[in-house]
Design a protein around this ligand. Structure first.
Ligand code: URA
Length: 273
C-alpha cells in the first residue's frame, strides 16, 4: 500500500478497526501501532504503518477429540498355545475380543468377522473385507460374492466349502464397503498372519487385488498376478479375481480365467498329496 496523506484520526480509526477484528478472531494476542507523530503546525501526518504483531501461541487448538481405543489386543504377547488348530484359533479370536484399533470400523461394525472353515484346511482363501451380510452374520463370504465363491469351491474345485478356510484382510466391515485404508490393513493383518501360521495351509488362494498385493507384498496389478503361482513363506499362492469383480464383469473370458486358476490349484494339490 502506498503512503497517503490522511488525517491522523481516520488512519487510527481504520487501523484500530482492523486490529480489533484480528484480536476478536483470536489471530493475535496483542497488536501495537506506532505512527510518525505530526510535525508541529501541520494538519496532516504522514503515517508510517508499523504494526508490531505478536502471534498468539497455541491459537490453533485441536478441535477433534482424540480417540483413545478402549481395547488394543497385544499380539506381541500372544504365544500360540499348545493343542489343536481349532483351540489355537479360538485363543487368537479371544485375544481379538472387541478390538477397536480402527475407530471408524469399530463404531460401524455389527460383528468382527474372524474367519471360518476347517482349521486343518489344505486350501485357505483370503478376501478383502466383510460386506453387509458378513457383518450381520459374523461369517465371511455369505452374501452374493459368497454364493459365487461357494460355487467356485464346490463346483469348480470339487471341495466342500466346510473343508476350506476363509479369511479376509480386514475383520471389520468398512463403512459403505469402502476400500480398506492402509492404516486399517496395518492394524488388522497381523491377525491374518497368525491365522496362516496356525493353519499352515498347503495352498493360499487370494481373491482380488487387496489380498494378492498384501500377501505378495507387491503393487503389481491383479490382472498380472493371477494365473501363476507365487510364494508366501514357502506356501504356494494363487491369486485370482474377487468374486465381486466376476459378478460385475460376468463374461466367459473372466469365468474361464478363474476356472483355470482354481484348476491349477486342484492339480497342485493332487501332485503334492
Ligand atoms: N467380500 C470379501 O472380500 N470378503 C467377504 O467376506 C465378503 C465379501
Amino acid at each position: 500500500m502506498s503512503a497517503t496523506h490522511v488525517t491522523q484520526s481516520s488512519v487510527y480509526n481504520l487501523i484500530n478497526t482492523f486490529l480489533n477484528q484480528e484480536l476478536d478472531l483470536g489471530n493475535y494476542s496483542s497488536l501495537f501501532l506506532t505512527a510518525v507523530p505530526p510535525k508541529p503546525g501541520k494538519k496532516t501526518v504522514r503515517v508510517k504503518k508499523e504494526v508490531k504483531i505478536s502471534k498468539k501461541e497455541n491459537v490453533v487448538k485441536e478441535t477433534k477429540p482424540v480417540y483413545k481405543p478402549k481395547y488394543v489386543p497385544d499380539l506381541d504377547k500372544f504365544i500360540i498355545p499348545p493343542g489343536n488348530k481349532k483351540a489355537q484359533l479360538d485363543a487368537l479370536k479371544k485375544l481379538i475380543g472387541s478390538c477397536d484399533m480402527c475407530p471408524e470400523l469399530a463404531n460401524y461394525r455389527k460383528n468382527i468377522v474372524f474367519g471360518a472353515g476347517n482349521p486343518d484346511a489344505d486350501v485357505l482363501f483370503i478376501g478383502e473385507a466383510p460386506g453387509r451380510d458378513e457383518d450381520v452374520q459374523g461369517v465371511p463370504f455369505v452374501g452374493r460374492s459368497g454364493r459365487l465363491l461357494t460355487d467356485i469351491i464346490e463346483k469348480g474345485m470339487n471341495i466342500k466349502r466346510e473343508d476350506v478356510y476363509i479369511a479376509n484382510i480386514l475383520k471389520c466391515r468398512p463403512p459403505n464397503n469402502r476400500d480398506p485404508l492402509s492404516q486399517e490393513e496395518v492394524n488388522c493383518t497381523p491377525f491374518l498372519n497368525k491365522q496362516l501360521e496356525i493353519i499352515k495351509p498347503k495352498v493360499i488362494i487370494t481373491l482380488g487385488r487387496y489380498a494378492a498385493q498384501y500377501i505378495l507384498n507387491t503393487t503389481v496389478a491383479i490382472g498380472k498376478l493371477r494365473g501363476d503361482f507365487h510364494d508366501y513363506k514357502g506356501i504356494p499362492v494363487m491369486p485370482t479375481y474377487h468374486p465381486a469383480y466376476l459378478i460385475r464383469n460376468y463374461n466367459k473370458d473372466n469365468r474361464l480365467k478363474v476356472w483355470n486358476d482354481v484348476k491349477k490349484v486342484v492339480e497342485l494339490l493332487e501332485k503334492i498329496g
